[in-house]
Write a protein that binds this ligand. Structure first.
Ligand code: TXA
Ligand code: MG
Length: 324
């Protein structure tokens, strides 16, 4: 794999790789994506292999603008149109009916497809240069922490990706919010980098899917985003480090000094108590903690306003790996 700074030349090279069926990792404003030509089934199949992702977990298709959606979906729904006009380009993914032209491998056989127009200039340039929709899940092995830096992709996916475009740190740090508008009731499938309140202000209250044993979006699987080190979600200050335990603390704001002193590593997400800043730092902090040879990670609960809900969702799923 080659990690190269994003530039006009490297983006052109990346687009060529996509056009001949290869894989390219690239930055978006949320997290790094592992991209393939969404209209090339064999290339999309490789995404599943490289990520060790089960075939039942469908991919998000990225396009440069709404006009480019015709090849992959039916985008006539009024709610989809309103949300797109308000929030695209940006961290919102919409689930809408797919076209027959889009191969079933992309959608895991579902009659719907998840689509989004990203805002990151490198993602936009890559879409423009490759002139094809790009299927791209987060560029991490299935179930593991999402990448917000090119180095995360390099470490996790090894030589399986031909090129990683390095565009620096992702500016939002958690994945897009996913809303399903394919049915009568608009449903929130994943809280994410666009605050749910802003969506509801436009199209009314979103349904929350009931948790079932067979989730509709496998992003709803209880265990996800998980470090290898056991992680527990705790109330701020409401836990104790056991004797002999090498503990890491993921604190929302400045932690209690005595408690922090008993932890081997402390990561503070936002000294200013800003949920947006905390979201930006979340996955990189988890990567560092997971690399610190700890026995346990204690992650403090974050306030749920704004992006706090998305952070909370990721921490609960990271913790669920230990329960299931
Ligand atoms: O911010 C993001 O959305 C990033 C960047 C790279 O764009 N991508 C991302 O992709 O997070 P991924 O694959 O890690 O998460 C996509 C989620 C999965 O949980 C998948 O199950 C769900 O979207 N999904 C995809 N197609 C779907 C569909 N037709 N119906 C319901 N859920 C779907
Ligand atoms: Mg993912």
């Amino acid at each position: 794999m080659a990690v190269v700074p994003a530039s006009v030349d490297s983006i052109r090279r990346a687009a060529e790789i996509l056009r001949r069926g290869g894989l390219v990792a690239f930055p978006t404003e949320t997290v790094y994506g592992l991209g393939a030509d969404a209209l090339a089934p064999a290339a999309c199949a490789r995404i599943f292999e490289v990520k060790r992702r089960p075939r039942f977990d469908p991919l998000i298709v990225h396009v440069g603008d709404v006009a480019a959606l015709d090849a992959v979906c039916d985008f006539r729904d009024a709610r989809a149109q309103r949300l797109a006009a308000a929030f695209w380009p940006g961290p919102l993914t919409l689930v809408v009916p797919k076209t027959a032209a889009l191969h079933d491998i992309v959608t895991s056989g579902l009659p719907t497809v998840a689509v989004r127009v990203p805002e990151h200039p490198v993602a936009r340039a890559l879409l423009a240069e490759s002139r094809t929709p790009i299927a791209a899940p987060s560029a991490n092995p299935f179930g593991y922490i999402s990448p917000t830096l090119a180095i995360h992709v390099e470490r996790q996916l090894g030589s399986a990706v031909e090129l990683v475009l390095d565009g620096g740190a992702c500016t939002l740090g958690v994945e897009s919010t996913i809303v399903d508008v394919s049915g009568e009731h608009a449903t929130l499938l994943r809280p994410g980098a666009l605050a749910t309140e802003r969506i509801e202000a436009l199209i009314g209250e979103l349904r929350r899917p009931e948790h079932s044993a067979t989730p509709r979006a496998p992003g709803q699987l209880p265990s996800h985003y998980a470090p290898r080190t056991p992680l527990f979600v705790v109330e701020p200050g409401g836990f104790d480090v056991r004797a002999g335990e090498r503990a890491g603390l993921l604190a929302f704001a400045e932690p209690d000094g005595a408690l922090a002193a008993r932890c081997a590593v402390v990561e503070v997400l936002s000294r200013a108590r800003d949920p947006n800043e905390a979201a930006v730092n979340l996955f990189a902090a988890l990567h560092r903690l997971d690399g610190a040879l700890l026995d346990v990670i204690y992650a403090e609960r974050v306030p749920s306003a704004g992006l706090g809900a998305a952070i909370h969702d990721r921490l609960e799923r990271a913790a669920a790996a230990r329960k299931s």
